[in-house]
Design a protein around this ligand. Structure first.
Ligand SMILES: CC(C)(COP(=O)(O)OP(=O)(O)OC[C@H]1O[C@@H](n2cnc3c(N)ncnc32)[C@H](O)[C@@H]1OP(=O)(O)O)[C@@H](O)C(=O)NCCC(=O)NCCS
Length: 316
């Protein structure tokens, strides 16, 4: 039977550590990398009462956990189902608990999940989707083999483009372009809700918090006047896989072949470094990016849902 959510700081620290550790492990298994200190920091903030988290089930045997973060006025949540028959009711109940916990000025919440079998994840998405404010954002993991026998073709750069690496570009320029190009796409608030938050995500990427940053797989394109036109960031996901963390082209120069050239350069860099596979995540509704990845040989292998909640006009 599903139980009412209770504050997770009641849970024994070891139990909490196990569950949060499992979340990190499950995310890593599907290629979503978190900074090394994430587990300890998350557990500490829950235990010390600074972070918000709830569980269902028994204190000695929780059945699901929900964690909430609020950054820059935007809510981010994570749900984790432990083995159990009540996974879907627990998860939907906890998702509602997260929305109830939001301050009135927070209008939006993106919730990821782990521990649910894919059919259960879809059922949970459908059940939540019947409620005011909820929708589901489907994200796909895509991979592409890299081999010296069939290397990604040489990029064809649009005329006038000068090449450098992401590391050489001032952070202000990277952030400004990244922020601008995601406006109006389904991904616009997925990682951060403000330019400052966006900058932090990019700084963390270059610092290697989501996998070692690889200069050889992170090209940036400028015009002759030095204006940044686009870039791609390639990192090491594991010894057997490189990950394309980000690719962004200035809206003013989209559809001129730059995104394709940047991605090819990134893939050739990963191949040259010896990675036999490239991996990335893309949101279902991001048609330009999905088409680009499919064109360059990426194939979907798994999917994950983000449960998105937008505060209905009258509150809830
Ligand atoms: C995705 C993105 C990098 C593509 O860059 P771009 O320079 O416009 O793409 P290109 O001109 O090189 O196009 C290459 C291929 O991508 C696909 N594509 C690009 N834009 C497209 C669009 N608007 N609709 C459909 N397909 C599109 C096509 O397959 C195209 O090949 P074609 O020209 O033979 O049809 C760019 O749209 C962008 O910066 N988007 C916002 C950031 C983002 O979503 N990044 C991906 C996160 S997963």
């Amino acid at each position: 039977m599903p139980t009412e959510p209770r504050p997770a700081r009641e849970l024994p620290r070891d139990e909490l550590w196990n569950v949060v550790g499992t979340i990190r492990h499950d995310l890593a298994a599907r290629g979503e990398i978190l900074p090394p200190a994430w587990v300890d920091e998350t557990v500490d903030s829950i235990v010390q009462g600074a972070g918000s988290a709830w569980y269902t089930g028994d204190k000695a045997r929780p059945s699901a956990l929900a964690i909430l973060w609020v950054r820059e006025g935007h809510g981010y949540g994570h749900l984790h189902a432990l083995a159990g028959s009540s996974a879907v009711p627990d998860i939907t109940r906890l998702a509602r608990r997260l929305t109830d916990a939001l301050a009135p000025q927070v209008g939006r919440l993106d919730i990821g999940s782990t521990g649910l079998a894919q059919p259960d994840e879809l059922v949970a998405g459908r059940l939540l989707g019947a409620e005011a404010g909820f929708s589901t954002l489907l994200r796909h993991s895509m991979t592409r083999p890299l081999s010296a026998e069939h290397p990604p073709p040489e990029p064809r750069w649009p005329s006038g483009v000068e090449l450098t690496t992401v590391r050489q570009v001032p952070m202000e320029q990277l952030t400004a372009l990244d922020w601008r190009t995601y406006r109006g796409t389904p991904d616009e608030t997925l990682l951060s809700a403000t330019p400052e938050g966006n900058r932090e995500v990019l700084e963390n990427a270059l610092a290697g918090l989501f996998g070692t940053y690889l200069d050889e797989a992170s090209p940036a394109a400028r015009d002759p006047g030095g204006r940044l036109l686009g870039f791609a960031i390639g990192c090491q996901e594991s010894l057997r896989s490189g990950v394309v963390l980000d690719i962004a082209v200035d809206p003013e120069v989209k559809r001129r072949g730059l995104g394709e050239a940047l991605l090819l350069r990134c893939l050739r860099g990963l191949l040259a470094l010896g990675y036999p596979r490239a991996h990335l995540w893309v949101t279902d509704g991001n048609v330009p990016a999905r088409s680009l990845y499919e064109k360059l040989g990426f194939v979907e292998d798994t999917s994950a849902s983000i449960f998105r909640w937008v505060r209905p006009p009258s509150g809830r």
